[in-house]
Design a protein around this ligand. Structure first.
Ligand SMILES: [Zn+2]
Length: 563
């Protein structure tokens, strides 16, 4: 706010001199410096920053005897327990620590690499504010996990760099290492590799530091597109197993920063792409590390404009990339001019890197369209607001996993208290761009408002919980960005009216997806609730976000009786 008032003062001073503001005067007013850096976090091959063991496949992990010669460690194969891991997390003693790929079934160990994973940091400086926005090619990251996360990253950054705020988002990549815990060899064993997570913290800090040191005067361009304007992204988004409603955030948003002086004058420094679907086009059988389609999106955008591209996932809850679980013979099969046919029996394509890259090129084409139609936006300060958000962790299966130390990203309850999760919601205004963050996989209908965009296929399915506040309607800037999985990944953020708790036996630790009341009409089971830390995520987020955006506590029913 401070900067906005300052600038209003400047405008008034200028008016008597020259009447209406000329473009040149506006340009003088622009107060923005931008720096960017990309640092690899691929757990593969030699890296001067990695002093841990590398297995013969090139993938990082404790040394082992590959008795069955399949290129990965299997249960029962002898291994050398690296004391560095148990020094970080005592539960790592006598456990094989290596790279389990996250996002699908357990025990999917990496056996090689297709392309690199990155920590990409964009630093924006205006007035006294210098904020870092970081995107990671990971399934999720945390502000305060047991021994890693943003709080640790913060300690590694030189205060002299003057970074005032750090926002870390994950793309939710399903072909990278387990950074959460549940994808280990079995249900009771943590899939995380402690030494690797400390390496990631260091690399994030390096990326932020490099970006903060490299800031240069710049101006900002903003754009957006959708499948109507850019048919290269038409038919790319689907809902998990067709879960209703058939609703998506179809908008792609872009920011681009061009130098205005010094060595970067008139050169693109950085481009940020914000789009909304799960990066999981390589699916569950792949064992090669990859950033999935965002890697190719970045590569093509950089090839076209220069500079460094940063890909940030938005509201991706229940939204998959085409070809995943909602398989129909009618779905899109041609990407970047090449057809990848579906198998007749399963209606699934053959998942291959070539298809993933073609998808990435078509997504990049839309980003390029958005940038070609983009408009310059004067920056006169960064208005950053943040507020804590809390929710009761009421997912019984998560609680069991937290007690086992598998989910040590989740807090354990104090005696007699319900376990509470805390995170932060950010609302940032910079020029004509507004950014809201969400600590998980936000259902798009929660962002746009469930009163308008709710399912209407099954009246019995309504739980009676009140609708969340329509957050996007409270965003007043022309360009409305949403950064998902930032600064935490607490799983799916499911609207209350459609939230059906998993059913099961906590004593046995067995839980199943709840059946939809309209299952007989073909509606899928409620999968997302099994991967949601709390039934309060969506209402709590909408209320905190609405308060930040409107400046007052919403009177909505959904905002009463929250923790
Ligand atoms: Zn997901």
């Amino acid at each position: 706010m401070r900067n906005i008032f300052l600038c209003l003062g400047c405008t008034l001073l200028l008016l008597p001199l020259g009447g209406a503001l000329s473009t040149a005067a506006l340009a003088q007013h622009n107060d923005l410096k931008v720096g960017v850096a990309a640092v690899a976090i691929t757990p593969y091959g030699p890296n001067p920053e990695w002093d841990g063991p590398i297995t013969p496949s090139g993938v990082w992990g404790e040394s082992f005897t590959d008795s069955n010669h399949n290129g990965r460690w299997d249960q029962g194969e002898p291994f050398q327990d690296d004391p560095a891991n148990s020094a970080i997390d005592t539960s790592s003693a006598n456990k094989y620590d290596g790279i389990y790929l996250a996002g699908f079934g357990r025990n999917r160990m990496a056996t090689g690499k297709l392309d690199d994973l990155w920590a990409r940091a964009l630093v924006l400086e205006s007035g006294k504010d210098k904020i870092a926005i970081v995107a990671l090619d990971l399934i999720g990251y945390y502000s305060r996990a047991n021994y890693y996360g943003s709080a640790e990253v913060q300690k590694l950054i030189d205060p002299a760099l003057g970074v005032t705020e750090i926002l870390i988002a994950s793309t939710h990549n399903h072909e990278g290492p387990d950074t959460i815990g549940p994808w280990g060899p079995n249900v009771t064993t943590d899939g995380k590799y402690p030494k690797y997570l400390q390496f990631v913290d260091h690399q994030i800090a390096r990326a932020i530091s490099l970006a903060a040191k490299s800031v240069q005067p710049a101006r900002m361009k903003l754009g957006q597109t959708n499948p109507v304007m850019s048919d290269s992204i038409a038919g790319m988004q689907t809902r998990t197993h067709g879960r209703p409603p058939d609703f998506y955030d179809q908008e792609m948003r872009v920011m681009q920063f061009t130098g205005t002086g010094g060595p970067a004058k008139d050169k693109v420094i950085a481009t940020l792409i914000n789009w909304n679907t799960h990066p999981e086009s390589l699916e569950s059988e792949n064992t090669l590390i990859s950033s999935d389609f965002p890697g190719e999106v970045r590569r093509k955008v950089e090839e076209r404009f220069g500079g460094t591209a940063v890909y940030v996932s938005g509201d991706i809850g229940a939204v998959e990339i085409v070809g995943d679980s909602n398989n129909k013979p009618t779905e899109r099969v041609t990407f970047d001019g090449k057809t990848f046919p579906l198998s007749a029996g399963t209606n699934r394509p053959t998942y291959m890197f070539e298809r993933t890259q073609a998808i990435g090129r078509d997504v990049a084409k839309a980003a390029i369209v958005a940038l070609e139609h983009a408009q310059w936006s004067t920056v006169t300060g960064i208005d950053l607001r943040k507020a804590p958000m809390t929710a009761v962790m009421d997912n019984a299966a998560y609680l069991i996993l937290a007690n086992l130390g598998v989910l040590d990203t989740m807090p354990l309850p104090a005696k007699g208290q319900p376990p509470m999760m805390t995170t932060t919601v950010y609302a940032i205004k910079i020029g004509d761009a507004q950014i809201i963050t969400a600590p998980g996989e936000l259902f798009p209908e929660v962002f746009y408002g469930v009163e308008k965009y709710r399912r209407r296929d099954c009246s019995q399915a309504d739980t009676g919980r009140p609708p969340e506040v329509a957050v996007r309607e409270l965003m007043t800037a022309k360009f409305k960005f949403v950064f998902g999985l930032c600064p935490d990944e607490f799983g799916y953020m499911v609207p209350g009216y459609d939230f059906l708790r998993p059913v099961g036996d906590p004593a046995k630790g067995e839980f199943a997806e709840a059946h939809d009341p309209c299952k007989s009409a073909g509606v899928t089971d409620h999968y997302h609730e099994t991967n949601s830390a709390s039934s309060q995520l969506a209402p709590a987020w909408s209320c905190v976000a609405a308060t930040l955006l409107s400046g007052k506590t919403p009177s909505a029913k959904a905002c009463q009786n929250l923790p």
